[in-house]
Design a protein around this ligand. Structure first.
Ligand SMILES: O=C(O)CCC(=O)C(=O)O
Length: 315
């Protein structure tokens, strides 16, 4: 199901594109089961370590992690930073369906970018409400002109109530990286997110992306976007995946490499996920220097953007 010329044009001019019914529920089900396995494993590890007394086994995909979060604040962040790519998600990432669309954007040579996320947006949890940012700001300076399309894929119906994405229509067009600040400097919020002040955002219409299960939102690396608060009583699960041309700067050099996914040199080429899928970009790379988590249940995140956006005035 390639994009139409009109969809591609919309993606390039507006910086985003919503494609409804891109995946069937059945195609996403193996990922949902994989996520259930991750949550179960976390519950068991927290229980065995004496951090929780209730594994919340009676709850399902939509609620279990939220109950665990009540037992152990930070559980949702631990799922986010778990970092191990499961086989079902790897299969989706390298699927013909996605790569055919990405090749319409990037051409024949395609690599997966090391920044991917499984997001468990638990209800009324400010630590999973992501403020206005451009994805490129989280990478090293100098790679903002590397074209890095993202696919944001909800694993539930995502909407204005449970905290879907909002994008600033056409906000990528100037090619500029706007000034970002570290949110953990903004009072008491112990988050690792970057944010753009409203006054630093370009003019543009804010679009709230209504995303029924099965739809995919394609984003440009420069489009300002955010996710709103989850006001519902269930978890808004989603994944975000990124690609680029393999020979361009990734902004993640020295931390984790891109993984080649498609090349015209070998039409039968398939990525070998063995080592890559087990290299956790968040924890492994920061064991030295920037500050590794103190123990496996420490829910703090570090990354290269923390250095990049230090504000000298606030030191
Ligand atoms: O899923 C979310 O809540 C935020 C996603 C996001 O901002 C991103 O993928 O860059």
């Amino acid at each position: 199901m390639p994009l139409t010329a009109q969809q591609l044009e919309q993606y390039f001019t507006e910086g985003f594109l919503i494609v409804p019914d891109f995946f069937s529920r059945g195609e996403l089900q193996p990922i949902i089961e994989e996520v259930n396995g991750l949550v179960d494993s976390l519950a068991n590890r927290l229980y065995n370590a004496g951090r929780i007394t209730n594994k919340c086994e009676g709850e399902g995909f939509a609620t279990r992690l939220a109950r665990l979060e009540e037992e152990y604040p930070g559980a949702a962040v631990l799922i986010h930073i778990g970092g191990i790519l499961g086989p079902a998600l790897a299969k989706l990432w390298e699927s013909e369906r996605l790569l055919d669309v990405v090749s319409q954007m990037l051409g024949s040579e395609i690599a997966g970018h090391p920044v991917w996320n499984l997001r468990s947006k638990t209800p009324k949890n400010p630590l999973v409400t992501v403020p206005w940012h451009q994805d490129t700001a989280y990478l090293a300076e100098g790679c903002s002109s590397t074209f890095q399309p993202t696919a944001w894929i909800p694993l539930v119906d995502a909407n204005g109530v449970n905290g879907t994405l909002q994008v600033l229509r056409g906000g990528h067009r100037s090619g500029q990286v706007f000034r970002h600040r570290l949110e953990n400097k903004r009072g008491s919020k112990a988050s690792w997110y970057l944010y753009i002040e409203e006054e630093d955002l370009p003019e543009g219409e804010v679009v709230t992306c209504e995303m029924p299960l099965g739809s995919v939102l394609f984003l440009n690396q420069l489009i300002p976007h955010r996710s709103t608060e989850n006001l519902s009583s269930h978890i808004r699960w989603s994944i975000d995946l990124r690609w680029q041309r393999p020979d361009e700067p990734s902004g993640f050099e020295g931390i984790k490499d891109c993984i080649l996914m498609r090349t015209e040199k070998d039409p039968h080429y398939r990525p070998d996920w063995t080592a890559w899928a087990h290299q956790n970009r968040i924890t492994d790379a920061f064991v030295e220097g920037i500050g590794a988590p103190k123990d496996e249940f420490d829910a703090m995140v570090s990354g290269p953007w923390m250095e990049r956006w230090q504000d000298p005035i606030e030191q």
